[in-house]
Design a protein around this ligand. Structure first.
Ligand code: PGA
Length: 231
């Protein structure tokens, strides 16, 4: 099973979310090949909207086989007096996955390896799959993280995606947990997605900019379909 994860980051208004969902569900319903691949479990699509839209997105996507909703981050705190935090207990039943330690959170909001480890634990307690994002070997892999997204900082939002063979070489040099799902993220587009998916070691793609429009996102989903048909 592979994963196509779309991270909207801090983009979109309520109205724009509605338009995205209308277009996405319409385009998906017209694409039999894609629907079949999702129904067969060849891959899963996970949409990560801003937290304020999670319920909205999850309820619109519920019932679409192979399409899930996830969170961009999760609090390392338990429920309690932590104004503004979004806990695992709140996300349970809405988000199937959550990112942990995205480089933007580490660099702009000072999230540390220890906080990431707490977040992984909170996600697990809530039955949510944590996807730990690392920028390289200097980011510690938290115990219990089984999905690791490698996102080299120079590739995020720059258009300079890291070549697939370099990603795989990097993957081999990291001490990853056994049986982990290794995901690449950083300026992936429809035209580069197949380079990564040719490598069986790459278990998925984390897509930012190209997930903001349903057509570019679903073009990448179509690459997942053709790659699964080739193998
Ligand atoms: P990008 O973002 O695809 O826009 O480079 C990827 C990410 O930050 O998850």
């Amino acid at each position: 099973m592979r994963y196509l994860i779309g991270n909207w980051k801090a983009n979109k208004t309520l109205v724009e979310v509605g338009v995205w969902l209308d277009q996405f569900t319409q385009m998906l319903s017209e694409n039999l090949r894609l629907k079949e691949a999702l129904a067969k479990g060849l891959f899963t699509i996970v949409i990560l909207p801003p937290a304020v839209f999670l319920v909205n997105v999850a309820s619109r996507l519920r019932g679409i086989v192979g399409v899930q909703t996830g969170a961009q981050t999760i609090s390392e705190k338990p429920p309690g007096a932590y104004t503004g935090e979004i806990t695992g207990a709140m996300l349970a039943g809405i988000a199937s996955m959550t990112l942990v330690g995205h480089s933007e959170r580490r660099e702009m909001f000072g999230e540390t390896d220890d906080e990431c480890a707490e977040q992984v634990a909170r996600a697990r307690e809530a039955g949510i799959e944590p996807v730990l994002c690392i920028r390289g070997e200097h980011d510690k892999i938290s115990p219990g993280a089984e999905f690791i997204a490698y996102e080299p900082i120079e590739s995020i939002g720059t258009g300079n995606n890291m070549p697939a063979n370099d990603v795989v070489a990097k993957m081999r040099s990291l001490s990853l947990p056994p049986k982990c799902v290794f995901i690449y993220g950083g300026s992936v587009t429809e035209s580069t997605a197949s380079d990564y998916l040719r490598y069986p070691e790459i278990g998925g793609l984390l897509v930012g900019g190209a997930s903001l429009k349903p057509e570019s996102f679903l073009s990448i989903a179509r690459v997942f379909v053709s790659e699964s048909e080739r193998s």
